[in-house]
Write a protein that binds this ligand. Structure first.
Ligand code: FAD
Length: 470
């Protein structure tokens, strides 16, 4: 039942979301053989499926096909932390440099609107994705973190955003949202919804199929060229080819150094009872984090669990991707410990709440840490990706933008600064391996140093060019 082509045991075992989705993940038919379409989309994650959805809506006469090497929602789109947020990975400075202050502001406003758009379509198309726009609470648990949150909010106001976009929280207010240990304050933004990622992406695949767009699964694309893609089932010809392969892109011929696959890992608890939830908070299901350098992210799931993730898993030499890299026992252990320290209500490993799931997946990072979407009118090849770890909502903006680019719509979206941005290639190995792992290590060290000294770490500032400032 739903056995994958890859080394994974079953699709259901890919994550908490997969296991509890009530879906058998039985693969759809593979591409039967050579074929010809107007648009071929490579990858049935959120990027590929949103693109198919909006393209069909824009021009129902287009013959569109989606090709997926495993099943829809196999990649990061099915496994993520479920933050459908307005966070945009490209730095403000880079957006301004590539366009203007107004352009950067429009990009961020477009992301805020995108969060609502995902909720709108989920409602309209009856996709039971447990979408709840409860915002995000970011806790400050050390004086340096508090200082960083304050200066982040001040910077946002100086850029034209207001307290309706981001506001500081007094310690009591922050604690009322999330009763964590050592809360010195926090910040809150309403621009995020908690979702169940697998339900969103699987629901979207069903909607796209019902619109008449075939989704061929277990069909691997080997290479992309103008006007055609080579697959393990034959050649597909199409005037437009859209690449939606994110972290898996380096496996495609000629794209080895376009993005690096970096792993993010997650753990989840058993469902918690009401007494436990009233001692924790998260009543409106805001997603949560704190102000450390090495990203952590959590949500209260619709079925009452804590799902919690973070970076910190190593980058693997040669941009290799393997099922075994989804599991890194040290990182799982760290995540459980961080969450138990944050929320002592959870109790000890021996006697407290049980952690029932752990999983991971890869996301794509470009050399300049800039996400992009584009279409080369000369070749007919389009792409979207490099979302770092902020892809859930961004894929929707990408899908709408690709639809406008393909249909040559004269829209605001096609003038946003990320459109047609080109990142340069990553360095060859071993430089890539050395640089990325040094950056990851530096962030862990910076958090440790700040915890010990209470002062802003110089390591993080020094390593900013390698880590994109994240
Ligand atoms: C553990 C984890 C937690 C995350 N948490 C968050 C979060 O909370 N919020 C957030 O905004 N972002 C988060 N992200 C990032 C987010 O999930 C991704 O940015 C987003 O899902 C990317 O969507 P995508 O469709 O571009 O890529 P994917 O979902 O990876 O889809 C790509 C698809 O293409 C297929 N494919 C690849 N190569 C080929 C080929 N050659 N032939 C055919 N098919 C191919 C793959 O099988 C896959 O299904 C997280 C990522 C991970 C791994």
């Amino acid at each position: 039942m739903g056995r994958p082509l890859s080394e994974h045991a079953t699709y259901r075992s890919l994550s908490l979301w997969h296991e509890t989705a009530g879906d058998d993940f039985e693969p759809r038919p593979a591409l039967p053989g050579a074929a010809s379409y107007d648009v071929v989309i490579v990858g049935a994650g959120l990027t590929g499926l949103w693109s198919a959805y909006y393209l069909h809506k824009a021009d129902p006469s287009l013959r569109i096909v989606v090709l997926e090497q495993e099943v829809a929602g196999f990649g990061a789109s099915g496994r993520n932390g479920g933050w459908c947020s307005a966070l945009f990975p490209t730095s403000w400075e880079r957006l301004v440099k590539g366009s203007s202050t107004d352009g950067a502001r429009r990009q961020h406003r477009a992301m805020q609107e995108t969060v609502r758009e995902v909720g709108r379509v989920a409602g309209l198309e009856d996709i039971a994705a447990d979408f709840q726009q409860g915002g995000t609470v970011t806790l400050a648990r050390t004086p340096v973190q508090l200082q960083r949150l304050r200066s982040g909010a001040e910077t946002a106001y100086a850029r034209g955003f207001t307290e309706d976009d981001e506001r500081m929280l007094e310690p009591e207010e922050a604690r009322a949202m999330l009763a964590a240990e050592s809360v010195l304050g926090g910040s809150f933004t309403p621009h995020c919804a908690a979702i169940n990622p697998v339900r969103l992406v699987r629901g979207l695949a069903r909607v796209v199929e019902a619109l008449g767009v075939p989704v061929f699964e277990r069909t691997r694309v080997l290479g992309i060229d103008p006007g055609r893609v080579e697959t393990d089932a034959g050649t597909v010809r199409a005037g437009i080819v859209l690449r939606a392969t994110e972290g898996y892109t380096p496996r495609l011929a000629g794209l080895k150094r376009a993005v690096v696959p970096v792993y993010s890992l997650m753990v989840a608890t058993e469902p918690l009872d009401e007494a436990m939830w009233s001692s924790i908070g998260l009543a409106e299901r805001p997603t949560f984090s704190d102000g450390r350098h090495l990203i952590i992210y959590g949500q209260r799931t619709a079925d009452g669990r804590l799902a919690f993730g973070g970076r910190g898993a190593p980058y693997h030499f040669g941009s290799r991707i393997r099922a075994s890299y989804d599991a890194e026992p040290r990182v799982f252990e760290d995540l459980r410990n961080v969450l138990r320290r944050m929320l002592p209500q959870l109790g000890t490993e021996e006697q407290g709440v049980r952690f029932t799931h752990q999983w991971g997946g890869c996301l794509g990072i470009t050399r300049d840490w800039a996400a992009s979407v584009g279409l080369d009118p000369g070749t007919g090849i389009g792409w979207a990706g490099g979302y770092v770890g902020d892809g859930v909502a961004t894929t929707n903006l990408a899908g709408r933008t690709l639809a406008d680019l393909v249909t040559r719509a004269d829209s605001d979206l096609v003038t946003l600064p990320w459109v047609n941005h080109r990142s340069r290639n990553w360095e060859p190995e071993p430089l890539r391996w050395l640089g990325i792992n040094a950056g990851l290590h530096a962030m862990t060290m910076a958090d440790g140093e700040e915890g010990r000294t209470g002062r802003e770490s110089r390591i993080a500032r020094l390593m900013a060019p390698l880590t994109g400032g994240h």
